[in-house]
Write a protein that binds this ligand. Structure first.
Ligand SMILES: *[C@@H]1O[C@H](CO)[C@@H](O)[C@H](O)[C@H]1NC(C)=O
Ligand SMILES: *[C@@H]1O[C@H](CO)[C@@H](O)[C@H](O)[C@H]1NC(C)=O
Ligand SMILES: *[C@@H]1O[C@H](CO)[C@@H](O)[C@H](O)[C@H]1NC(C)=O
Ligand SMILES: *[C@@H]1O[C@H](CO)[C@@H](O)[C@H](O)[C@H]1NC(C)=O
Ligand SMILES: *[C@@H]1O[C@H](CO)[C@@H](O)[C@H](O)[C@H]1NC(C)=O
Length: 891
């Protein structure tokens, strides 16, 4: 992107004296003056030629392009930062481009590991290359995961000064469907009925019509098997549903369990049945979960209307997500081509199939009518093998390259996935265009930005956790350098905006949403869309279904943001490493067109006609996440609110207290309460330090700019004296382009900018400590001081104090980033040790939903073991005490 400057461009504008002139002063004084001034100028020139310019050249070369500065149309340098950068960014995402991107990504199947998926990996790479000004090179940059080149691509990010993009290839174990059968057999073994298992459709939705059997309906990571048994209905297949059956004396051994989708992650429905000895599981889409938008209420089924197409089937992974996510065969380590494989403890041993509402209805009817002894026959054949997948990655380097903000979204879909995940891909697409536009105008973030398009999320978060096991592949890099992870999955599937995040990001997320206009209504904001409802009202059929869906979505903090459970790619960042994370987008309101989750009907036609006609929601989400990335990557002090987090911990504890009361488990929570209160006090001391450190830094940068301005004045005066000595008139504005140095406190672009002049020999130690020139300049520029105000180099004085102020800021940011890590325990949560975060985890029996203080909560709620609960209180208290020591700032 940025236009390169010739080395001569770094010379200060020292004008050469002109020599014809009328002379006024006596010859001798004049000569003396002339001699003295010439001496000064010669000195300056010598200094410049032999010291400053080579140093500047060295410096420039050593760090590549000075990305943040480009030449203005009028040849003036201009640095874009703060509100101006935000405004420019927000002007870029637009509906036409979003629709075009959606048509590019969502009109063909792109199941993880397929040809279509590979094509989308390349398409996304092209986007990154085009928008971020990355040369595409002669070969496609596919890097074998685990190879030196792939390891270097990520590990060298803290030393990367030019934008780059690449594709990492991982090799997880996945399966694809071969053939399946679902039949009802009479007592004497005759086939009464065999189900049509595909999602047959006409051409009203052109892609659904064309690709209805491109990815046969099946469960990802399901077990192969041929089983037969009595059919048993288990409602939602939750723990309480199975407990209920056991209590009623139903013996599940050898049965085929049928349960409805909803409430919890589907893999856990299978786990519950397997644990009780079932032979197989069917999971069906239930019309009762469609709220008022049903044919019974007069709505036409899709594609003729907004109600459910009764042939639609929800595919999806049946991994035991709450045990561990990622490639089942490489738990805790990356899935390279030749990695050692285990059998996998997080996948079912019994077969399962997803089925449509129509098939479920038929099945229930036939079984009810059948004579004694009728059974259900279930066959599931899958091809399980090591499969390549592709994570497309790109880096936008900041001034501070060892602090990295990550934005990620998975790209693979069950079929075409216009909502899941292509709506998120489209929003990231638009955000990337915004970043590109900024870079072309001379913007450079303070911190480095990493953009990730994950693969194979659908099989069980494989791209970000495992296959890419990117997190498992680069835990040290992430632990040391990633400051936050912002995830998008489905950005639009309905009309209601909702968000989940680490509590430290709640306020930040809300404020950004308040700064984005509502996608369709003037005078409202994106944040207001949290209460929006869709256009399809009517009588609600099933009260239990409403209650279940509300319980999944109800838990929000005082700001209105939910805690993160699992079900998307933030899981490994948050639960394994302790990186503050977030996830946001538009979902169903209960009165929207029925979303055909993981079905062929999650299509472009549905998206354009029902989910987001006009694509304004896609654009609003793009603006929101882009604005967040701009702010996170450019704030001097990271906008993480640890105090809010400590208040939430107190709420979590209150919740535990009532669970303990309900379960009559006698556990002493007082020590934990005391630790949380101490953590709150420590966080307050950090809040004070945040403000004070930032003020101190601004003061030092002011001093630096002031000094620069004085220096310029001195040089100008000397120049004027020289001119006068030669008999020329001298006006204040001539020569050394004065004035910019005086623009203290004003944004860099408020005056015409001068040329970049970088001087001083490099101080290797400073670079290593993150106090190099690049960092100093970046902090100053993102505080509103142009390079023109700051001059060629940081001054000798107050350099030491300036560096001290920067060191202080860096220490504060480290504490802020370290806060979430304070909850990581290397022993993890009992029975599912992959999950290491003791403040929040996906519920053991929820999967998507979050459980606060999970190890403690489960010891009380499920184990009902006071000894174990007290032990968990001890573990939490220790972690929180240690964390308080880490973040406390002594005045
Ligand atoms: C189904 O797949 C299995 C496993 O590959 C195979 O043995 C069987 O012959 C197939 N059945 C049909 C009807 O294609
Ligand atoms: C359930 O049935 C199986 C055999 O069908 C039997 O072995 C098992 O003991 C039964 N379990 C209970 C708890 O009755
Ligand atoms: C994996 O093993 C195969 C067979 O030994 C070999 O051809 C291939 O190069 C190996 N891949 C890597 C990345 O080492
Ligand atoms: C941090 O969170 C607390 C508690 O919610 C709130 O009172 C405070 O205003 C927040 N600070 C910022 C800067 O958002
Ligand atoms: C309760 O937990 C403790 C500590 O883990 C364990 O030793 C004990 O066996 C458990 N008690 C029961 C009844 O499970």
């Amino acid at each position: 992107m940025s236009e390169k400057k010739s080395p001569s461009g770094t010379h200060p504008p020292i004008p050469l004296p002109v020599t014809d002139s009328a002379v006024a002063a006596p010859q001798s004084t004049r000569l003396r003056k002339l001699f003295g001034l010439t001496l000064i100028l010669v000195n300056v020139l010598v200094f410049h030629t032999f010291f400053l310019a080579p140093a500047a050249r060295w410096y420039k070369n050593s760090r590549g392009d000075f990305q943040g500065l480009s030449t203005h149309p009028h040849g003036k340098r201009h640095f874009i930062w703060g509100k101006e950068a935000e405004k420019l960014f927000l002007s870029v995402p637009n509906a036409e481009s979003a629709i075009a991107a959606s048509r590019q990504f969502a009109t063909k199947p792109h199941l993880a590991g397929s040809e279509g998926d590979l094509q989308t990996a390349k398409d996304f790479l092209t986007l990154l290359q085009t928008e971020l000004g990355i040369e595409s090179g002669s070969t496609e940059p596919f890097l074998e995961a685990g190879s030196p080149a792939s390891r270097d691509a990520t590990n060298s990010i803290p030393k990367t000064h030019k934008p780059k993009a690449w594709i990492d290839v991982y090799y997880p174990v996945m399966n694809t469907p071969l053939n399946r059968t679902l039949a009802v057999k009479s007592a004497d073994g005759e086939i009464v009925w065999e189900a049509e298992l595909e999602e047959v459709a006409d051409d009203t939705d052109p892609e659904a019509g064309k690709y209805y059997d491109a990815v046969p309906t099946f469960h990802g990571l399901s077990a192969a098997g041929d089983v037969q048994g009595k059919l048993v209905y288990a409602n939602y297949g939750r723990k309480e549903d199975y407990d209920d059956l056991v209590e009623k004396g139903v013996n599940l051994t050898g049965t085929i369990v049928i349960c409805r989708y909803g409430g919890i992650f589907r893999g856990l429905k299978v786990k519950g049945a397997q644990d009780l000895g079932a032979a197989g599981v069917l999971i069906y889409s239930d019309l009762r979960d469609d709220g008022p938008v049903t044919e019974a209420n007069g709505y036409l089924p899709y594609p003729q209307g907004p109600a459910r197409n009764v042939n639609s089937v929800q595919r999806g992974s049946v991994q035991f997500l709450s045990v561990y996510p990622g490639d089942p065969t490489t738990p805790g380590y990356p899935a390279y081509e030749n990695s050692t494989r285990t059998d996998g403890d997080n996948i079912p041993k019994i077969p399962s199939l997803p089925i449509s509402a129509a098939n479920a209805e038929k099945l229930f009817k036939l079984v009810a009518e059948a004579e004694e002894g009728a059974e259900v026959h279930l066959v599931n054949n899958v091809d399980t093998k090591v499969t390549p997948i592709w994570n497309t990655m790109a880096v936008i380097p900041g001034f501070i390259t060892d602090e990295v903000v990550v934005i990620g979204n998975h790209r693979d879909a069950w079929v075409m996935g216009a909502t899941d995940p292509s709506s998120g891909t489209v929003s990231v697409h638009e955000a990337v265009r915004g970043f590109g536009a900024l870079m072309k105008k001379g913007w450079k973030p303070l911190r480095t930005i990493l953009i990730a398009s994950w693969d194979a999320e659908e099989y069980g978060l494989i791209g970000s956790t495992e296959s890419d096991r990117w997190v498992e592949d680069f835990p040290e890099f992430i632990d040391k350098h990633v400051v936050t992870y912002l995830n998008l999955d489905s950005s639009v599937g309905g009309s209601r905006f909702s968000s989940s995040a680490s509590p430290s990001l709640s306020h930040f997320l809300r404020e950004a949403a308040l700064d984005i206009p509502h996608p369709t209504e003037s005078g409202r904001t994106l944040w207001d869309a949290r209460n929006d409802v869709g256009p399809y009202g009517g009588e609600i059929v099933d009260a239990e279904s409403v209650a279940v869906s509300q319980s999944v979505h109800a838990m929000t903090d005082s700001v209105g943001v939910s805690p993160l459970g699992s079900g998307s790619d933030y899981t490994a960042f948050l639960q394994m490493i302790g990186v503050a994370s977030s996830d946001a987008g538009f979902g169903g309101s209960g009165q929207d067109a029925v979303y055909h989750y993981h079905s062929v009907f999650d299509s472009e036609h549905w998206q354009e006609n029902y989910a987001d006609p006009g694509f304004h929601r896609h654009v609003a989400v793009a603006k929101h996440i882009g604005l967040e990335i701009l702010r996170l990557s450019s704030a001097v002090v990271l906008p993480l609110n640890t105090t809010h987090y400590t208040y939430e911990l107190e709420n979590y504890l209150n919740g535990i207290e009532s669970i303990a009361l309900d379960s009559s488990v006698d556990v002493d929570l007082a020590p934990l309460r005391k630790s949380i209160v101490a953590l709150q006090a420590a966080s307050h001391s950090l809040d004070f330090e945040k403000a004070s450190a930032e003020k101190d830094l601004r003061k030092m940068i002011h001093k630096w700019a002031k000094r620069q301005s004085r220096l310029k004045k001195k040089l100008r005066r000397a120049y004027c004296r020289l001119k006068k000595a030669l008999g020329h008139p001298c006006h204040g504005h001539e020569g050394f382009t004065p004035g910019h140095g005086c623009a203290i406190g004003k944004p860099a672009h408020s005056g015409p900018a001068s040329k970049l002049r970088v001087g001083r020999l490099p101080a290797f130690l400073d670079e290593q400590q993150g106090l190099g020139h690049e960092v100093l300049y970046g902090l100053a520029m993102h505080s509103g001081f142009g390079e023109d105000a700051l001059g060629a180099a940081p001054p000798r004085f107050p350099l030491a104090r300036l560096k001290k102020a920067v060191r202080r800021i860096r220490a504060v940011n480290q504490k802020l980033v370290g806060f979430e890590k304070g909850f990581i325990s290397k022993d993890g949560i009992p029975d599912r040790e992959w999950y290491k975060h003791l403040a929040i985890a996906p519920g053991k029996w929820l999967g998507y939903g979050a459980t606060p203080l999970p190890a403690l909560s489960e010891a009380i709620q499920y184990e009902k073991n006071a000894t174990l609960a007290q032990y968990e209180v001890g573990r939490l208290t220790d972690l929180i005490d240690k964390l308080a020591d880490q973040i406390r700032v002594h005045a």
